[in-house]
Design a protein around this ligand. Structure first.
Ligand code: FAD
Length: 405
């Protein structure tokens, strides 16, 4: 009797994309192995915004209750002029978002999201997560793929239906789908810091009136975003400036003179933050071209930042990784007779969505970093729009729901 094709799904990377994909495949009855290069899932990173298109999926996968304790449901996104601190636009969130988009808008520390996903993965008997294990290569064959995994200097082989490559922006797995894209430095850096709400910087932000909301302070060539995380006990602060390429890192450093120069037109209360928050970690923002292959017919799919890292100006990096994991599992389940057809349909569907989201991010950057008459026109337009009208403009993004497969 001919040997049956394996249903075992192998995943490289236990970031947001890899862990979501693991849960999405497991709830559909696929046995899953996740291999993570890091020795353990560490408390790294800073804040993330999770819009309803992402939390809807987390809810479907059962992760939302575990995350809600540590996340915050902000009341609004408030856009402000960084020099006057005056409000120029507002998108209602909180209960209004939950009513409008049928899922909450949350802000969370990346580690809290990763922990909530990992806790669920651990409870799922169909998933085996191994840390300290680097996926090195894949060999396709008639029954699926054999993946080489390096653990403590030793290579072992694992066979399965397919490899899901969720190895992040500096992906090595891209070569496995003949995707020659490299992570390109965008010329922009993100200065990040998480501070306690009762710290000097936290109290200064509270005086500006940021309490319980996402705030974006806009200035020519610069913007700063802050929102609560860790059940409201901390604030995530992230400032965007031009900067130098400082390598492939989530926690580099640069001279704060660059930040202060970019903040020179901001209100004194904001400028003071450059010193008050303590040591900034600097993330050189890299992107990956979207017009390249995301799958190989031989059974490899790239998801999350590995496929399409984008600038964070639409705050959709984690959300797109979550959407990728869920939709990939749905497509594979829907076409059990042809993995190639499943991956091809998945890629086509995702490409349309990712391109639209990336375009929105590019537009946000131009609008938020504008100066002179363009900034004046932007402020006029935003001030004339009712908050509900601004929310309507986000229906395509936040109201998106994956097909039930
Ligand atoms: C350390 C870190 C900190 C971050 N901090 C923030 C932040 O503060 N704010 C924000 O918006 N975004 C942050 N991000 C990015 C954010 O998580 C992603 O943009 C988004 O969630 C998409 O996630 P991803 O799973 O595609 O990639 P990632 O989150 O980058 O996950 C990729 C995972 O793959 C693992 N890996 C890589 N190569 C291999 C291999 N060969 N075999 C096995 N495992 C491998 C990596 O160790 C990593 O855990 C951070 C990412 C990392 C890795």
């Amino acid at each position: 009797m001919a040997e049956a094709r394996s249903r075992h799904v192998i995943i490289a990377g236990a970031g947001v994309a890899g862990l979501t994909a693991a849960l999405a495949f497991a709830v559909r009855g696929y046995p899953v192995s996740v291999f993570e290069r890091a020795p353990r899932l560490e408390e790294v990173g800073a804040g993330l915004q999770l819009s309803p298109n992402a939390t809807r999926i987390l809810d479907r996968l059962g992760v939302l209750p575990g995350l809600r304790n540590m996340a915050v449901r902000p009341d609004a996104v408030v856009l402000r002029d960084a020099s006057s601190l005056a409000e120029i636009g507002r998108v209602p969130l909180g209960a209004a978002a939950e009513w409008r988009w049928k899922a909450p808008y949350l802000t969370a520390h990346r580690a809290d999201l990763q922990n909530a996903l990992a806790a669920h993965v651990e409870r799922e008997p169909g998933i085996k997560l191994t840390t300290g294990a680097t996926v090195r290569d894949v060999t396709p064959h008639s029954l699926g793929v054999t993946v080489s995994v390096e653990t403590a200097g030793r290579i072992s082989q694992v066979s399965g239906l397919m490899l899901v490559a969720a190895d992040g922006v500096w992906s090595d797995m891209r070569r496995l789908v003949r995707n020659a894209a490299k992570a390109d430095f965008s010329g922009q850096v993100a200065w990040r810091r998480t501070v306690r709400a009762d710290s000097v910087a936290g109290r200064a932000l509270a005086r500006i009136g940021v309490g319980g909301t996402v705030n974006a302070f806009l200035s020519p060539g610069f913007h700063l975003v802050t929102y609560p995380v860790r059940a409201g006990s901390a604030l995530n602060i992230v400032a965007f400036t031009t900067g130098k390429a400082i390598g492939e890192t989530w926690s580099g450093s640069l001279d704060t003179k660059i930040l202060k120069q970019a903040m020179r037109r901001t209100a004194p209360a904001l400028l003071q933050l450059a010193d008050d928050v303590g040591e900034w970690t600097v993330w050189p923002i890299h992107t990956v071209r979207h017009d390249t292959a995301w799958f190989s017919p031989k059974g490899v799919a790239l998801i999350g930042d590995a496929a399409h890292a984008m600038t964070p100006y639409a705050a959709q990096g984690a959300a797109m990784a979550i959407e990728d994991g869920e939709t990939l599992a749905g497509h594979v389940l829907a076409r059990p007779d042809s993995l190639t057809a499943a991956l091809s349909a998945w890629e086509a569907e995702r490409r349309r969505r990712i391109e639209r989201v990336a375009r929105r991010g590019r537009l946000n950057r131009i609008a938020w970093h504008a100066g002179g008459p363009v900034a004046a026109a932007r402020n006029l337009l935003l001030r004339s729009r009712k908050p509900e009208k601004l929310a309507t403009g986000l229906d395509w993004l936040y109201g998106w729901t994956p097909d039930q497969r």
